[in-house]
Design a protein around this ligand. Structure first.
Ligand SMILES: [Zn+2]
Length: 251
């Protein structure tokens, strides 16, 4: 993963956030984009595993196609809506916290600009700049956008780009649904007798893929990530299938 998959950003990203850079980048950083991608893959993985567990469990009890379809669709919608609303709530809370912190910062800047300026100088000194450079940087940033400089250096947030609860909710809805679609189709489409094997095999293959991608995005070695992911999915399907079969025998 290097600079060549970015579009137009400034290339190297591993140097930490360069808050001392006096221009602000209107584009999201590569790191932020990778985080989104990683969240998407994890959301899809969630959709695959939970829906696979659900439909394989129901298939243990019944072979009626309409029942399998109904349970798959219900699982897809319940899971994706629950992920979306959970994400909406958590990102809204985060946003409220950030807004409150920004409001406090704005108030402090208005009431005691001198102290705030010294605070900024101190923060840049702590980052390793010399006194002279720290003052120079603080002067230029304060003249340009004092609140933005404090928000980024002190709070680590970009006031022009706060997390959006709606886009987070929609993204997790879509990611989960895309993942859930695989076991849903795999259980409904094959002929009688093939449903469970086709679903199990296609789900395990998909889990190899999502395990590999998320390990790569997190710069971890893929082997263990894939193994954990596949074992987790296999257990989910094995347990629900067993329970489904037992329940199917009751009536
Ligand atoms: Zn401050």
């Amino acid at each position: 993963m290097s600079a060549d998959d970015g579009t137009d950003s400034s290339g190297s990203t591993d140097s930490g956030d360069s808050a001392a850079h006096p221009t602000h980048d209107p584009h999201e950083g590569l790191g932020a984009r990778l985080n989104w991608l990683r969240a998407g893959v994890l959301g899809a993985n969630d959709g695959i595993v939970s829906t696979a567990g659900l439909v394989v469990g129901v298939a243990g009890a019944t072979d009626t196609q309409s029942t399998l379809l109904a349970s798959g669709i219900a699982g897809l919608l319940a899971g994706s809506l629950s992920m979306a609303s959970g994400e909406y709530v958590s990102v809204s809370t985060q946003r409220d916290t950030e807004k409150a912190a920004l409001a406090l910062e704005r108030k402090e800047l208005a009431e005691s600009p001198e102290a705030e300026f010294e605070e900024l100088v101190g923060l840049y000194r702590d980052k390793g700049l010399t006194e002279t450079t720290a003052r120079r940087v603080s002067q230029e940033l304060t003249a340009h956008d004092a609140l933005g400089a404090h928000a980024q250096t002190e709070l680590g947030i970009n006031p022009d780009d706060l997390a959006n609860p709606w886009s987070a909710a929609i993204a997790s809805f879509v990611a989960f649904s895309v993942g859930a679609l695989l076991p849903l189709l795999a259980i409904v489409l094959p002929p009688h007798g093939w449903r469970v094997p086709v679903t199990v095999v296609s789900v395990l293959i998909a889990l190899v893929a999502t395990g590999w991608v998320s390990a790569r995005l997190g710069r971890a070695a893929p082997g263990r990530a894939i193994a954990r992911n596949v074992v987790g999915g296999a257990l989910a399907m094995g347990i629900t299938y067993l329970v489904g079969t037992l329940i199917g025998k009751v009536d």
